[in-house]
Structures are given as structure tokens and as C-alpha cells.
Ligand binder design. Structure first.
Ligand SMILES: Nc1ncnc2c1ncn2[C@@H]1O[C@H](COP(=O)(O)OP(=O)(O)OP(=O)(O)O)[C@@H](O)[C@H]1O
Ligand SMILES: [Mg+2]
Length: 376
């Protein structure tokens, strides 16, 4: 176990010791995969989807039995980019298994062979540029042929999977579905955050992936679990965490993991060895975090079209709101009209400043919302 200067991790995965709970979810994921199912993992942003996948991949029994591959396609614009990311990931993950395993992959990947080289010691390097991929479908076909012929079963996780909906090639979804369906040596985890786009992909009868996966939703970690996790990390750092702090943190974070972690990371930094962190410190931590972000919040607002800015501030002040186009909401915040709100809201949703769930709109970033409420 790596010793961290602050045990509350706010980016990436640092191993089981710093990972809170998710026992049931990990077991469920393991069981779905063990039973031959593909999985769609859907949750609000920053709830811990990527972390859960990494946690599951790091289990010794998974490492032993499978080759695991994990790509994030958040910033990918085309199938070509997906194919590039996936082939790089496969090469890099296979590296520790040595020459024989790498050779098999290299042999299959004819279309990009010139971009994969080996040092005299057999260390691979990946130099395939997007432009080097002539026919993304040919390369995709090779990747799946490799997966099907690998000497171990494979698990491929594609994070931010909803992104394939905006790929340049319009039929990516159907194409991938066909490959996934016919690949017997690999299983897939598709994870994503835009609940609507992701859900629609798997639950809409007219879509290629309809009923092809088990859908898992990730909810908040229970407050009891989180409290004992946080208390034990404080104790290891020779600090004490008083009762009631976790409840206070959850009040602010709404139980969304990243916000809880960020608050606890700050609280931990504020507490010296031998001291006790008390509930009233949560407000100080929140103010501190928001203060350090204020400059970038201002930048964001400065660049935002005026109408979107007005609607965002209104929503932050009002809190989670159902009827954003109602006359009372429009009037209360002096917004022009229902249709102005509607079009501004579309823009805000698109850029992820606002999220909507079950018809309720809210500002996506909890700390940003808090700052907006207190600044305007
Ligand atoms: N069970 C956990 N225990 C402790 N920290 C966690 C846990 N799950 C996630 N985290 C932390 O919370 C943060 C957000 O988690 P993660 O990136 O997995 O969320 P996500 O749902 O994939 O978010 P996004 O939608 O932005 O991709 C990470 O910094 C991670 O370190
Ligand atoms: Mg993620």
C-alpha cells in the first residue's frame, strides 16, 4: 500500500485501501461478468463509475483470469480515435506479459503495424497517429479479431460511452453492437454519465444495443459506510473525526462521491496531528474550496452568453427546480420569457453546466452553485 500525504483521493484510483465500500456493486459487477453478461454502468457524474471499474479490475482474481482494458472516450470525436485509443491501451496493458503475448497482438494488427515498434529489449512503443488509421473499420475488425483470439478472456471497459453518439461516423453504434455480439472471448463494460443518452442507448427498442446488457445504476455510498471509512483514515493519520462531520459533508455534497472526497481532503489538510475535526469545520472547508475556485468560476461566467448566465444564476439561487419555464420562475428572476429560458437551458445542458434528472434541473457543479448563490 502506497502511503499518501492526504488519504482522501480526489483524482484517479489509488488502491483498495483508499477506496470506500462499493462492496455490493463490485460483487454485482463481478457476478455479471462471471456469468457472461455485458454491463452498462450509469450514474450521475462524479459518483464513482470509473473508480468502481478500476477497483474491480484491480482484484487479484480478475487480474489473474482476464486481460483488462480501459479506455475513456470523453474527448473522442470519431471511431478512428476510439480505435486508436483502444489499440494503444491493449498494447500498453499487454506489455508486462512479454514478447510472446505482444507478438500475437502485433501480428493481428496489420493495418497499424508500422506505428508499433519494439526496442532491442522488446519494449513496445505506440506511435500510431489518428491520420495513420486509413480505414477505421479495418483496424476495428483487427482489434476484435485479436480479442477473440487472445490467450485469456478479455474485459474491455469503455468509459463515457455516450460519446459514440456524437462520432463523425453516423452508424458507429450499430457497427460496435455487431462486433460486441459476435465476440466470444471478450466482455464489455460501457459506462457513462449522461443518464438520458446512456439509458436511451440500452432501453430503447429501436437502438442497436437494446437489451444487450445488464444495466447497473450507481447511487451514493451509504453515509454509515462513508463515516467509518473517513474515521479510520483520520485515525491512521493520528487525527480524530468527530461524530456529525460526515452528515454535514453529505448535506453539502448530496452524497456525490467526488464532492465528499474533496471536502474531506480539505478537512484532513485543515486538521493537524492530534487535533479533532468537528462539524463546524465543514463550512470553513467549503468556503475555502470555493474561494480557490472563484477565479475560474468568474472566467467561465465571463465567457458565457448573457442569457445562459442569467438562467444559470437563477437556477443556482432557486436550487433544484422542476418548472424552469413557469411564469413564476421567469418573473422571479427577471428572465425574458419561457422560450428564452428554454433555449438557454438547452445550451447549459449541452455544456454540462446543468443536469436534469426525472424532470428536475440543477446546476451540475455543487461548489459552483454554492458560489453563484453567494455571489449574486
Ligand atoms: N468508493 C470510493 N471511495 C473513495 N473515493 C472514491 C470512490 N469512488 C470514487 N472516488 C473518488 O471520487 C472521484 C470521482 O470518481 P470517478 O472519477 O470514479 O467518478 P465518475 O462517476 O467516473 O465521474 P465522471 O462522470 O466525471 O467520469 C475520484 O477522484 C475518485 O478518486
Ligand atoms: Mg468517469
Amino acid at each position: 500500500m502506497k502511503a499518501l500525504s492526504n488519504p482522501f483521493v480526489i483524482s484517479g484510483y489509488e488502491g483498495a485501501h483508499y477506496f470506500c465500500d462499493r462492496k455490493e456493486e463490485t460483487a454485482q459487477l463481478a457476478s455479471e461478468i462471471a456469468n457472461g453478461n455485458n454491463v452498462a454502468l450509469i450514474a450521475t457524474r462524479r459518483m464513482g463509475k470509473s473508480g468502481l471499474i478500476e477497483h474491480y479490475f484491480s482484484l487479484p482474481e480478475v487480474q489473474e483470469k482476464y486481460y483488462t482494458f480501459f479506455i475513456d472516450i470523453y474527448d473522442a470525436q470519431s471511431l478512428r480515435e476510439l480505435v486508436q485509443k483502444l489499440s494503444r491501451e491493449i498494447l500498453m496493458r499487454l506489455k508486462p506479459y512479454g514478447a510472446r503475448v505482444l507478438q500475437r497482438f502485433w501480428d493481428t494488427m496489420r493495418s497499424i503495424q508500422p506505428g508499433i515498434s519494439f526496442s532491442p529489449l522488446g519494449e513496445p512503443s505506440f506511435n500510431v497517429q489518428i491520420g495513420d488509421i486509413q480505414e477505421s473499420e479495418t483496424t476495428l475488425d483487427e482489434i476484435f479479431r485479436y480479442l477473440d483470439s487472445a490467450d485469456k478472456p478479455c474485459i474491455v471497459a469503455i468509459d463515457e460511452f455516450q460519446q459514440i453518439g456524437s462520432f463523425a461516423e453516423k452508424n458507429t453504434e450499430a457497427k460496435l453492437r455487431t462486433y460486441v455480439q459476435h465476440c466470444h472471448n471478450a466482455q464489455f463494460i460501457f459506462s457513462g454519465s449522461q443518464r438520458h443518452t446512456m439509458s436511451a442507448m440500452f432501453t430503447n427498442a429501436s437502438r442497436p444495443f437494446y437489451q444487450s446488457v445488464s444495466i447497473m445504476h450507481l447511487e451514493s455510498i451509504s453515509i454509515e459506510s462513508y463515516d467509518s471509512f473517513a474515521k479510520s483514515l483520520f485515525q491512521e493519520g493520528k487525527r480524530k473525526l468527530a461524530d456529525g462531520v460526515t452528515a454535514q459533508v453529505y448535506e453539502v455534497s448530496h452524497g456525490i462521491t467526488w464532492y465528499s472526497q474533496k471536502l474531506f481532503n480539505t478537512l484532513y489538510a485543515f486538521t493537524s496531528e492530534g487535533e479533532t475535526c468537528a462539524p463546524e469545520h465543514v463550512q470553513e472547508a467549503l468556503d475555502y474550496i470555493v474561494k480557490t475556485q472563484a477565479y475560474s468560476y468568474e472566467e467561465v461566467l465571463f465567457r458565457m452568453p448573457e442569457k445562459q448566465k442569467m438562467v444559470l444564476i437563477a437556477l443556482a439561487k432557486n436550487g433544484p427546480t422542476q418548472k424552469v419555464t413557469s411564469a413564476s420562475f421567469v418573473k422571479k428572476y427577471s428572465l425574458q420569457s419561457a422560450s428564452t429560458v428554454q433555449s438557454a437551458m438547452r445550451g447549459l445542458l449541452e455544456k454540462d453546466f446543468v443536469t436534469t434528472e426525472k424532470g428536475i434541473y440543477s446546476v451540475y457543479d455543487i461548489f459552483f452553485a454554492y458560489w453563484l448563490q453567494n455571489t449574486y
